[in-house]
Design a protein around this ligand. Sequence first.
Ligand code: PGA
Length: 262
Amino acid sequence: MSRQRPLICGNWKLHHSVAQSRLAIKQLQTHLQSTPIQVAIAPVAVALESSCRMAKSKHTTPIDIAAQNVFHAPQGAFTGEWSVQHLRELGCTFALVGHSERRQLFGESDALVARKVEACLQKGITPIACIGESSQQHQQGEAHIVLKKQLTSMLQPLSSRLASRLVIAYEPVWAIGTGQAAQPQQIQDTLAFVRLLIQRLQGPHVAQQVRLLYGGSVSKNNAYAFMQQPHIDGLLVGGASLHAHTFIQVIQQAHKGWLAAK
Ligand code: PGA
């Protein structure tokens, strides 16, 4: 159990043109009221520069910018990639790493995800490392086995100083984009297992510090119940983050749920 500052990150995936991203950020900045919740959005890569520039403007509620992906090497013959240093240069705070779409559609292995996580932590970008079981693994009762494998490869190489800054997003693949979110109690139980595993691998201090998010069909209707769960420190939101007004409703509901559980 931990009561870290909550984080809510919108994952815009391959949606929104650069101009639409700018507009959505502007709307967020206009309508989002000051909140203790740390709010981030992950726009498409080519909109990162303008998004970071907008996010730096004073006089608005702070929004952090996350990349949806990053490569672990600092430079070299890696056509099509960008590095953690590039994200630093732009002013990003976070990078999503190992999202299930990267794992499934682009063949990212646990080993590659672990290298990206470590590179981010070493160079001052906070990775939001995604883990989660597929529908088949879920049905066969293998969720804990899958999560243990994903977490172990990620956590084992890290010093506890680096590991404590990690954000982990539990996103069961069967809940992503389906409208079938996991049940709050089910997430709470899974994250209790995740925290126990972190404790075994990295000790109790790190287990307290790591922020655990839930993602998968989060909406304004379920955000309150999720944030009431003591192990849930935040949310990774896909579809419901695309429009500023719905995303703000998710943030407001999450804030209320978090306060009610305090
Ligand atoms: P969803 O996506 O909220 O649309 O299910 C979540 C994600 O893929 O991060």
